[in-house]
Design a protein around this ligand. Structure first.
Ligand code: PLP
Length: 391
């Protein structure tokens, strides 16, 4: 697939930036790793004289180190980290929306994003329109009404449908709307939304960025100092900052992100090729396969196909559930992006809170199976799926 994205930094490659940016050896001990600054407060030299940290609800040195690194790998100026990915989405909405505002959101997005907008922000007078953002006519029509932001997930969780970031950025900016890209599924290693015109990138760092099923966390990244100021204000006012220990674990995880993303994708391509030919598999979607309906867009916008594959099992919902109950090596679990391969039933797990009409419109069928390919030897995963498909 295409490998024509720019490097994060004019001096160092992404591999190096992921290892070194944002941290310095500890000045007092020489410790290579940034310490876990497990502290509530910071002693001040005099009234109004301090080293930039005052209280850990506002900022914390371990969290700041992670923020600098995340901004650097995304090729941006600023990042703020949050307790979870949904805390980042919550802070985003509180920072930029007010009662009476309307937003456009991809029809297929993580279920928790839908629940947050439909069940929480709705109560405060925010209207969310869920639109197929891969359909430019539908999106252009939706944009004829005042819109504060467009929030897209590409590839979408769980259908893997793509949205053309550059095209949508152009449409959003024409009407004065912000474009937010949830880049959780590909990370800046495989997709660089700022180079296509995004204003804000959101991450659930819970997924590939931390990568080891060890934490929950989120981040908002931007080049706009005014947005950054709004995010830091909102985070301090609402108390949704990331804690130092998960920030430290994420700082370690991100070091191997470039290596892991490439291996996740190579493994996923091999497994997708196996599944595509299997007589019991139907409706397989993987953006790295030539058969993927938006393969050309994937080549233009992504470096590789990523780690996620979705499919149905011939025989419908019962057959899909039988597969998910029969795997041994793959873990049936609600997460994606970890070193371990995870298999998920979106309708009963990650997308259970999405209204049925929206699930149907977005193509999230009852029999859909989502595989987040990990770092095991792909043949071992293939053998596990093979035995489970024989049951
Ligand atoms: N965005 C995407 C694409 C996700 O898949 C998820 C969680 O699955 C989130 C956001 C929310 O992140 P968190 O679970 O860390 O709150």
């Amino acid at each position: 697939m295409a490998n024509n994205y720019k490097l994060t930094n004019e001096y160092y490659s992404l591999d190096t930036v992921a290892l070194h940016s944002g941290t310095e050896p500890d000045p007092t001990t020489g410790s290579i790793l940034t310490p876990i600054y497990q502290t509530t407060t910071y002693r001040q030299e005099a009234v109004g004289v301090h080293k930039g940290f005052t209280y850990s609800r506002a900022s914390n040195p371990t969290v700041t180190a992670l923020e600098k690194r995340l901004a650097a790998i995304e090729g941006a100026s600023f990042a703020t980290c949050y307790a979870t990915g949904l805390a980042a989405t919550t802070a985003l909405c509180l920072a930029v929306l007010k009662s009476g505002d309307r937003v456009i959101v991809s029809q297929a997005v993580y279920g928790g994003t839908v629940r947050l907008l439909r069940q929480i922000f709705f109560k405060f007078g925010v209207e969310a329109d869920f639109v197929d953002t891969s359909n430019i006519e539908a999106l252009s029509l939706a944009l004829t009404r005042p819109t504060r932001f467009i929030f897209i997930e590409t590839p979408a969780n769980p259908t893997l449908k793509l949205t053309d970031i550059a095209l949508v950025a152009g449409l959003a900016h024409k009407v004065g709307a912000l474009l937010i890209v949830d880049n959780t599924l590909l990370t800046p290693v495989l997709q660089r939304p700022f180079e296509f015109g995004a204003d804000i990138v959101l991450h659930s760092t819970t997924k590939f960025i931390e990568g080891h099923n060890a934490t929950v966390g989120g981040a908002l990244i931007t080049n706009d100092p005014e947005l950054q100021e709004l995010f830091t204000l909102t985070r301090t006012a609402t108390g949704v900052i990331q804690a130092p220990f998960p920030a430290w674990l994420t700082l370690q995880g991100v070091k191997t992100l470039p290596l892991r993303m490439i291996r996740h994708s190579e493994n996923a391509l091999q497994i997708a090729r196996f599944l595509e030919k299997h007589p019991k598999i139907s409706n397989l979607a993987y953006p790295g396969l030539e058969s993927f309906p938006q393969y050309e867009l994937a080549k233009r916008q992504q470096r590789t196909g990523g780690a996620l594959i979705t499919f149905e099992v011939v025989g419908g919902v019962k057959a899909g559930i039988q597969l998910m109950n029969s795997v041994h090596l793959c873990a049936l679990a609600e997460n994606l992006g970890s070193a371990e391969t995870l298999i998920t039933h979106p309708v009963s797990m990650t997308h259970a809170s999405v209204p049925v009409e929206q699930r149907v419109a977005a193509g999230i069928t009852d029999g859909l199976v989502r595989l987040s390919v990990g770092l095991e030897c792909p043949n071992d995963v293939i053998n596990d799926l093979k035995q489970a498909l024989c049951k």
